[in-house]
Write a protein that binds this ligand. Structure first.
Ligand SMILES: NC(=O)C1=CN([C@@H]2O[C@H](COP(=O)(O)OP(=O)(O)OC[C@H]3O[C@@H](n4cnc5c(N)ncnc54)[C@H](O)[C@@H]3O)[C@@H](O)[C@H]2O)[C@@H](O)CC1
Ligand SMILES: Nc1ncnc2c1ncn2[C@@H]1O[C@H](COP(=O)(O)OP(=O)(O)O)[C@@H](O)[C@H]1O
Ligand SMILES: [K+]
Length: 514
């Protein structure tokens, strides 16, 4: 797992390092610029010096741009540099690098049309976006409209017939906190960030225009000599399971737990079977489906290793939970809302590790606090955005403000609910009530677009329940579950349907070396 930061956290680290005397802002800017130039060489080894258009903005992102111009020039590049804004108003370090650059070449005043035309005519070379970085919280100014449109047009050309586009830190116009396109954002083949990647590199707010995960291209992170201590409240990017998922040679099936998946009525059992299959494949020692009597025959016809029991209502669930070996529950997929209203309180009374998904969440849309009052710290809620809106309408509403991120929303939800919340999407956030948070990004090179298929969420709920049956803590089970789920989808590839996901887990485990 690697740490990702908000813009405020990054600013804090930078300011503290400068205030302590360990480093100057000018040194950081020099290293940032040098880091970008080094990453360009690494990412595009075939790119030989030709023309680089360097776009500099009014803040420190522009300051990095001047450093990059100087260093690329030293490497034989012809530079065309444009500055948005008044050089006299540049912050001090950016001003110093602006003045240094002027000894080598000119800083053309920003001319949106001229830049747009120039970019449109380029068939090779480099465009460096140092217009705005982590400091931007408003839409791009109108003076960048043509430039943005010209960049958009380049994006649709084959890479061999256009310049490479490199963003300093993050493409201008993308919120480093929420990943939102603030309006008129640029895009890049490569975004070179400093010290740590930012939340916005991996978050992708729903809908158009495309946001951070879609616009950042390859994300590279360069060390600029800031202290490496973990930031308080930092968010971890889930790059692989944080726990060892192998089984010990001596294990007994009851040592790996017994997961109970609660099913809906006749004809509605598919979702529970998907979840149960996933719980078993992920390594739970035993898995039982508990279904109303009329659904038993249908399940029996389709199940072998998974056990089956009749369960009419919440009263009988309390009875079933007298068996302490049943250590993890999964409720919601295909459950039906009235059955959920009856079973969820009984399940939560049992204080087992519990996944609440789908109908187990929507059943409380009328009165979310009724649910929150019963939750405990072994529960994982797995809402998609629609379910999240039903339980946390105010947080969902706030997500429409561009700088408010899905990470903050999931954190606030976990604090309110008093349990782990996993908020789904191509970018999945896992948060607990203490503020601990992780982001699993199925975007960029990790994209898993075939997960957008009916029933894939049921499988995720089952994976997490299975991992909790095995004894993993809710947060680890949720974060590792999100990773396994996407890895299974990638391992199968195009054509994936939900049934395929559990069947890919063995290969995912083998690839992990288990
Ligand atoms: N934080 C750090 O440790 C480091 C930061 N560096 C660079 O500094 C960047 C952040 O610099 P800044 O905080 O100066 O911010 P930016 O350079 O991202 O730009 C924001 C600046 O423009 C102004 N502004 C914001 N929106 C505007 C708009 N729509 N129209 C006109 N002006 C607008 C802001 O008031 C601010 O001055 C980073 O992205 C990175 O590139 C690097 O130099 C290396 C070290
Ligand atoms: N485009 C996508 N890329 C990656 N993961 C996705 C994508 N779309 C959906 N997912 C994942 O697939 C699952 C869908 O769950 P959910 O919305 O509950 O669907 P269902 O109710 O049909 O099972 C979630 O885990 C979500 O994160
Ligand atoms: K930028």
């Amino acid at each position: 797992m690697s740490e990702i930061l908000s813009s405020a956290q990054m600013r804090g680290i930078e300011q503290q390092a400068i205030a302590s005397g360990a480093v100057t802002g000018l040194e950081l800017m020099e290293r940032a610029g040098a880091g970008v130039v080094a990453q360009i060489a690494t990412a595009f080894p075939d790119l030989s010096p030709s023309t680089a258009v360097i776009l500099c903005g009014p803040g420190n992102n522009g300051g990095d741009g001047f450093v990059i111009a100087r260093l690329l020039h030293q490497r034989g590049w012809a530079i065309a540099l444009y500055l948005l804004g008044d050089p006299a108003r540049l912050p001090p370090d950016a001003r110093t690098n602006h003045d240094r650059w002027l000894k080598t070449g000119p800083a053309h005043p920003w001319d949106d049309r001229q830049i747009g035309d120039r970019l449109g005519a380029m068939t090779s070379g480099l465009v460096v976006d140092g217009v705005f970085g982590t400091g931007l919280t408003r839409p791009m100014p109108p003076e960048t409209t043509h430039t943005s449109q010209a960049l958009d047009a380049l994006r649709h050309r084959t890479p061999s017939a256009r310049p490479r586009v490199v963003a300093v830190d993050i493409p201008s116009g993308i919120s480093a906190d929420s990943g939102a396109n603030l309006g008129g954002a640029f895009w890049a083949d490569l975004s070179v960030s400093f010290h740590r990647a930012k939340w916005g590199h991996y978050l992708e707010p729903a809908g158009l225009p495309e946001g951070g995960a879609a616009c950042c291209g390859q994300v590279a992170v360069v060390d600029i000599g800031l202290p490496q201590d973990p930031a308080p409240d930092s968010v971890q990017l889930v790059a692989r399971p944080a726990v060892f998922l192998g089984k010990s040679a001596q294990g007994h099936k009851y040592g790996h737990g017994h997961a109970l998946v609660l099913s809906g009525g006749a004809g509605k059992g598919g979702a529970a079977r998907l979840a149960a299959r996933a719980a078993l494949r992920v390594g739970a020692g035993l898995v039982t489906i508990a279904a109303p009597q009329p659904a038993i025959a249908e399940h029996a016809a389709q199940l072998n290793a998974i056990m089956l029991t009749a369960l009419p209502d919440g009263y009988s669930l309390r009875g079933l939970l007298q068996d302490t070996r049943l250590n993890a529950l999964c409720l919601g997929p295909g459950l039906g809302q009235s059955r959920a209203q009856d079973l969820v309180p009984a399940a939560l009374w049992g204080r087992r590790a519990t996944v609440l998904d789908a109908d187990a969440l929507s059943a409380f849309a009328e009165d979310p606090p009724l649910l929150f009052g019963q939750l405990h710290d072994k529960v994982v809620l797995t809402p998609h955005m629609g379910e999240f809106r039903r339980l946390f309408p105010d947080l969902s509403e706030r997500l429409h403000t561009p700088a408010y991120s899905k990470i903050e929303a999931a954190r606030a939800a976990a604090a309110r609910a008093g349990c782990v919340v996993l908020l789904k999407g191509p970018d999945t956030v896992i948060a607990d009530p203490s503020g601990r948070a992780a982001l699993h990004a199925a975007t960029g090179a990790n994209a898993a677009p075939w997960l957008a298929t009916a029933g894939s969420g049921d499988v995720l709920a089952g994976i997490i329940a299975g991992l909790m049956a095995r004894g993993f803590a809710p947060f680890e089970a949720a974060a590792s579950g999100a990773w396994l789920h996407a890895a299974a989808a990638r391992a199968f590839g195009p054509g994936l349907i939900a049934e395929d996901l559990p069947e890919m887990l063995p290969q995912v485990f083998r690839d992990l070396g288990l």
